[in-house]
Each structure stands twice: as C-alpha cells, then as structure tokens.
Write a new protein. Sequence first.
Lengths: 207, 423
Amino acid sequence: MTAPLHFRTATLADRDAIIALVTSAYRGEASRAGWTTEADLLDGPRVAPEVLEHDLTRPRSVVVIAERDEVPDVAAAPEPGVLVTVRRMVACAHVCDDDGAGYFGMFAVDPTRQGGGVGDAVLRECERIARDEWRLTIMRMTVIDVRDELIAWYERRGYRRTGVFKPFPYGDARFGHPKRDDLRFEVLEKALIPQAAPVPLHGGAAP
Amino acid sequence: MTPAFAKAAPSAPQTTGVGAIDWAAIRAQFPLLTRTVHGKSLVYLDSANTGQKPQAVIDAVNDFSARHNANVSRAVHALGGEATEAYEGARTSLARFLNVRRDELVLCSGTTFALNLVAYSWALPRLKAGDAIVLTRMEHHANIVPWQLVAERTGATIKVAELTPEGELDLDGLWTLLTPEVKLLAVAHVSNVLGTVNPIREICREAAKRGIVTVVDGSQAVPHRPVDIAALGCDFYALTGHKMCGPTGTGGLWGRRELLAQMPPFLGGGEMIKEVRFEGTVFNDPPMRFEAGTPNIAGHIGLGTAAEWLSSVGMAAIEAREQQLLEHAMQALQSVPGLRIFGTAREKAAVISFAIEGTHAHDLATLLDLEGIAVRSGQHCAHPLLAWFGVSATCRASLAFYNTEAEIDALVTAVNKVRTLLL
C-alpha cells in the first residue's frame, strides 16, 4: 500500500527544493521519466527564483507541498535491518487569489512518482484552499495549448477550455528557451462548488 | 471490563438535521434550566461565560464518584483499571470530537492553563530579544497576559492586529504585521465579546508560509460549531470544557506532535515521568509529560461524555440552530431605542454585546437579573477591546442551542422595561 500524502505550506526555506522539483518534472532528460515533460518544447528554467519568492510570501498565495514517508534504499540503512522512513517532497503546486479568481500553476509531480494519483490529490487540495479558505468560486490556469494530453487530464477533472489565449512570453528568459515559435497559452477554468451543503434551517424533509 | 457508566449512551435523540431535531426535548435534558430566579423562570443567556450541563454529563460525573472512583494509571486493582479506562476513553472521545490524534491531546484545567503551557514550555525557551509575538485586539486576557509575561522575560515585543468597525480582523493589516521577527501568532477562533468568527485557516496558512507558529484560542468556537482542528492548519489549539457542556476545571491543549515532543515539562510531579533518580529524571512522552499529578478524573470523564453528547446532537445542527436564535435576537434587540450592538461581523457566533445610551451595563444586568434573566456585564476579560470601542462596560447576551425564541423575546421585553426604569 502506498503511504499517505502529507500536505504542508511551503516557506522560503523550500525555494531551492521547489525549483529542483519543478525543473525535474518539465525540463531536460530527467523529465522524460514522466509524462508531464516539456523537453521537446522548451529548454532552460521553468520557474524564476524571484517570481517564486514573491509567490511564497505575498498574501493569498500558497505553494502547496505534498510529501510522503518513503523507505529509502535498504543499502542506505544506518545499521543492517534498520529501516528509517524519510519524508520526501513528491509534488508541489502554486495556488493564489488572482483578482477574485483562483489561479493554479507551477504544478509538478516527481517524474518517478507520476501516475499514482499524486497529482490528482494536489489539484484537489489547491481547489479546496481556493474554495474553502478564500471562498473563491472559480479556478483558472493557463496551459500550453498544444499539450493535448495534459489538457485532457484537466478536462477529466472538470476544467474546460475557454478559447481565451495568451501569448507565450518569447524573449523573457524566466520562462525558458522555446524550441518552437508557435507556442501560446490557453486559459482553462472550472467552477468551484461549495462541498458542504448548509444544514436546512426549517424542516428535515426534502422540499 | 467496561465500567458500567461507560455503557450509558447519551440520551440525545438520533437526528439528521436542525429541522428534524426536537429542540424542546434537547432543552429538557438540562435540569438547571427548569429552575426559577427571584420568582421568575430562569432565562440563561450567559453560555459564553459557562455553559449548562445535560443530565448525561451530570450522571457520568456522579456515577464515577459513586461507583468507580480511584486514581488513574497507578493502581493495579479493579477500580484503578476502570478509572484509567474511563479517563483515557474520555481523551479518545474528545480527540474524535476535534479530529485529532489522542496522543497529541493534553488534558488540563482549561484554556487558560493550555495557553500558559504553550507560553512557558514552547515560547519562553525559544523567544529572545528582537523576536515578536502577534496578538489581536479582540483577544481574551488569557490570550494576552501569558504572552506579555513571556515578552517581559525574553525581551520579545508584542504587536497587535486591529479590527474593522464591524469587529472583524483587518486581514490586510494583519499580513503587514507578519514580518520576519514574528515567531508566534496567537488568535481567538471566535471572539468572546463580539462573536466574530475569525478565518483561522487563512490566518494559519499565511503564518505557516512565514514559519510562524500559530496558537488558537478555541474556547468560544468548540461549543458552538464543528471544529476540525486537523483542517485548520494551526500548531496549537486550546479549549475549555465547561463552555461545551462539560464540568468546570476541564479542557485541553492540542499541539502538533513534533512541537509537543520538543517542549520541556511545565509542571513537575507524578505521571509526567518515566524514571526519577536524584541524579536526573527521564520525562514521559506527550501528552503525559504535561499532566503532572492526579488529574481532574471525574471532570474529564464528564467532558468526554459532553463531547459524545454534542456529537449525537450534531455540531452542524447546533451551529445552525444558534444562527437562527442569533438572527432573531439581533432583529429583536434593534427595536430597543438607544441600544448599540458591538460586533456585526459577517460571520458571527451567537454572542451579542450591547449597551444602552445613558445606562450603565452593571445596572442593566442587575435589573435584568431581577427579571430572571442572566446576562454578563463588564469588560468580559477584554479590556483592550472595550477601550478600543470607547466604552467602559457592555452587557453580553450569549446564546446556546438550548435557548428559545421566547427567551430572547423575554430579554427584549425586560430590556425595554429596565430601560424605562433607568432613564
């Protein structure tokens, strides 16, 4: 049985580990171990440190870290027969209040741990924060529009394509080095429905 | 063997929603509410001060004293086993009620003890000159004075988050206070004067981002709304038993296991040790490390019963019922000429502080008492808050699910009568 995920709120101390995780999920050969790779589309950084620092510290902006207790390689045990679990960062995502709507981004799952429901759980946790803590009614994100498989993953989780496109920031090195000249973002969105139905004040029977 | 009293199920009816609940039958389980005061039927509107007890809680306490009394965790005889089982069973009941692990729940005399435990065992050894503690304007003295004592001894400073005119926390202002020198943020879940329900999850989230430890005073929240501590994201949560249908002198502190494990004992004595030698003592693990001496055994068994009893009614239903009563009371009281209500937050518990122009709160409360109506008057252990509102005292009517619309109407009638006497 897979160990449960633990969510926590990232602090500035997590900055470098987050950058490493996000980079490993999208860039370079390491990312090809998972299906989220953008190695054929882009090189270079996926997240700029100064942007991440701002996201980690401003109000109504949270980087959620998912961790799992894992048993490391038996050979790494301090003594023969002693197994110590290690809490590992396996995924992260950024959620914020963007002028009254939730915005989801910087979503990364360790390429060696993809396909096990981790990403689904992280997305749901971010939706819960936007819906229950900030009382937002909509979640949005932007995805590179040629990534059909990724968009389909979000569509299975209630997101829909809006037909609203945003230009890719060609020339801004913080977003990496594109390998094609036809990249653009599409906005996806989903309505966040309050989960806990209010207790009826009058009459127990259905109306 | 399970003690006989543990088999006695709480007598609340099985219910599915607020509308399906026979609130008169619930009220009938509170024997004190049938008495008279000064020849009048008692109207008890002081539940924020202390709550009344259902028969199931009274019976649990009495049954323990009458049939099972023994000390806990230190006797091999049958009664010792029964007492320990019942006491630890109460911890389990309370932990389930709050959705926390039982080994992270310290049983203690109430919120004041719980907050002092955090102040002395967590904050005092860690804070130093240059550090800061953030409090809010609406805190009860129990969530102010322990931090002042810590600040005096460590050289740390205290910063205060201010309120909007409606009595809500000014969140943008609070965020600006959360600077790098802040190590601890202590905040009420629900204000005991204003009824304001603070957005604890959002506050704890912002604090966690900055590595700030959060301490939540849950005294006025746990009795009146579902509280899932695990979902709040705080580091410590303090609660008191006597406001939630339990006996006085009971309560708890929930703390994150890793924080509790780092904390030295607060009080020394029996139960909190593994081994004592004059050369040195090995302390017990949490929560026992913080439970020196013989605890309030009967009281906490009563508190465990109270948690089960409240669950059987349903905390969501209790919250909804109290919101009905609050709405009725707010509308009815606004009809009284010259009456000012302090605290009109969007999310508000059933606590109404008020004053009538030209009258003193103590005079008002004294005359209401002669009408059989129990409200609190004074500063409600919140001097800084009342000073901010520019008043020396208020009357406070605090409601619970066992109150009725008729009692609120009786309050309004009596307030009008008293007002004409005083003015």
